[in-house]
Design a protein around this ligand. Structure first.
Ligand SMILES: C[S@@+](CC[C@H](N)C(=O)[O-])C[C@H]1O[C@@H](n2cnc3c(N)ncnc32)[C@H](O)[C@@H]1O
Length: 521
């Protein structure tokens, strides 16, 4: 039966991060899509046994959800650190968690004494620095507060992490070793000078600036968490996460008609390619659904920020890998042109890999309309039809960013869903542009159309996204610009005002309190 008749998801799905499975919480990463949203998309657009691909997979939410839903998952990310997390969270090959627990006790036995020594005596920490294997003291990205790798740690943190890693590496290589290393790697996120305790909570609660402001900013007051307890806590998390995945593996047996068990080795492939060149390793027309969340311009420089992990975990990053990253800026100095070209090539590749009569969803957000134009025009060039563009707001992570740093952080995203028809059709004439001089009245007209949707209140993101789609329909997206100031002026002129408490726009006569400037992207 044709999949053309699948009813696209046309409503936002509230993110339920609190209910996200424990396994996603074992290690921080820069961005992670709420699992319940990803799951709903996979369930709607694919069926059991299908191949689901995420070319910009991050820590593997798409692939893991796909695998747990009985699909064959292909996870790809350029960043070995992301793949390391994804692969280890997904692994279902242990018979039980007992071997991991036993290995943990061996590591405790090997480390208890030296860690006690360095916790109690600063001179001992310095002495241990000469005895444990440490990575080279390389230069950090130029945006870091610290110049060199070792400057990121106190002597106690550096020697303590070194002692733990040495004990873990003396375990036989395999899944158990890698899971201990996952817990060590999650400890590394807390045991460095960028770690900041959350106000009013236990000192261990908090996070690193690397994952919140996407920079190696040293905390003004360094919190030195106890090394062993921090590691032991991360191991407990990994143990709980593994219990959960192993249970899901068995649960599937009772649910699936085929009485099969989930097996990560068979059901999930992890690749480390440039998304644009995946056609070198995946057959054309062999993928049934793509769900992906590519980087948003200059927002996060993944490889630069992952250096702490990639370097210490021993994952080399080739020059070529840095050259391929789909970002603006970073140490490689990627231009906007590079970003758009790379994004467009990866989208072309996705549609080549996708079977005809299948669906593809891309998560995106940015203030720059030309990035949206790149996505929509490339998909259209590939013969894909735009079927849904849904604004996802209200995720706690974005809301937090919005409160803290309203002027510069994205506050929600659009999930754009395309259908690749069974028979290739002629690409639409998407590049036709309105003459330059006509831009202002056209923009004004598009605002009026989008505001006449009968809604009394809306978020900035919902309006912005509907403007993008309306501009796209009129073939005007690639030739219009809209900055945040203009956005506010056009709304104010039309009698709308912004409530800084609810983050909603409403008609001036309806808005009772706290009007002000909107927290845009
Ligand atoms: C927005 S994140 C994906 C987050 C993911 N959806 C999750 O929930 O964890 C984008 C990912 O794209 C990766 N990336 C950047 N450029 C790439 C490229 N050219 N090919 C493959 N992956 C790339 C980054 O390393 C990063 O992990």
């Amino acid at each position: 039966m044709s999949r053309a008749s699948i009813q696209p998801i046309l409503e936002a799905i509230p993110a339920a991060r609190q209910q996200d499975a424990r396994h996603y919480g074992v290690h921080p990463y820069f961005t992670r899509r709420p699992a319940n949203v990803v799951r709903a998309y996979i369930e709607r657009y694919s069926v059991e046994g299908d191949v689901v691909l995420d070319p910009f997979g991050g820590t593997g939410v798409t692939a893991i959800e796909a695998m747990l839903l009985g699909r064959h998952a292909i996870h790809n990310d350029l960043n070995p650190f992301a793949n390391f997390i994804a692969r280890n969270i997904a692994d279902t090959t242990l018979p039980s968690t007992a071997p991991l627990h036993e290995a943990f006790l061996r590591v405790e036995c090997a480390c208890a004494q030296p860690l006690k020594e360095i916790e109690q005596d600063a001179a001992a920490a310095k002495r241990w620095l000469k005895r444990v294997p440490l990575p080279k003291n390389i230069t950090l990205p130029s945006t870091s507060d610290a110049d060199r790798f070792y400057d990121m740690f106190t002597p106690r943190q550096l020697s303590g992490l070194g002692i733990l890693k040495q004990a873990i590496d003396s375990e036989a290589h395999g899944v158990v070793h890698d899971l201990l290393l996952l817990a060590w790697s999650a400890s590394l996120a807390k045991l460095n000078k960028t770690f900041l305790s959350a106000k009013g909570r236990a000192p261990s609660r908090g996070g690193s600036s690397i994952f919140s402001i996407y920079r190696y900013k040293l905390a003004s007051e360094c919190v030195e968490l106890p090394i062993w307890q921090t590691f032991a806590g991360r191991v407990r998390n990994v143990l709980a996460a593994k219990e959960e995945i192993l249970k899901a593996r068995r649960y599937w047996q009772t649910r699936s008609t085929g009485a099969r068990t989930i097996d990560s080795q068979r059901d999930m492939v992890v690749l480390a390619h440039d998304a644009a060149s995946l056609d070198q390793v995946i057959d054309e027309g062999s993928v049934d659904y793509v769900f992906t969340d590519p980087p948003y311009g200059a927002f996060i420089c993944y490889l630069d920020l992952s250096i702490l992990w990639n370097h210490w975990l021993g994952f080399p990053i080739a020059e070529e890998t840095l050259r391929c990253e789909t970002i603006v800026g970073g140490e490689a100095g990627h231009t906007e042109e590079h970003y758009k070209t790379s994004l467009a090539s990866s989208i072309r590749t996705c549609f080549r890999l996708l079977r005809p009569d299948r669906w593809c969803s891309i998560v995106f957000q940015h203030w720059d309309l030309s990035y949206f134009a790149t996505i929509l025009e490339t998909a259209s060039e590939c013969g894909a039809e735009l079927r849904a563009a849904i604004t996802q707001t209200g995720d706690v992570i974005w809301s937090m960013h919005k409160k803290k740093n309203s002027a510069s952080v994205l506050a929600g995203e659009m999930i754009i869903t395309f259908y690749k028809p069974a028979r290739a059709r002629k690409p639409e004439d998407t590049l036709r542009c309105v003459p330059k001089g006509d831009a202002a009245p056209i923009l004004s007209d598009i605002f009026d159309i989008c505001l006449k949707n009968g809604k009394n209140t809306f978020t900035s993101e919902a309006l912005f996204n509907s403007l993008v789609i309306e501009m796209w329909r009129r073939r005007a997206l690639s030739c219009l610009t809209l900055d945040r100031r203009e956005f506010m002026v056009l709304l104010n002129q039309r009698g709308w005002c912004y409530n800084t408490r609810t983050h909603l726009w409403s008609r001036r006569e309806h808005s009772k309190e706290t009007s002000g400037h909107p927290a845009l992207f």
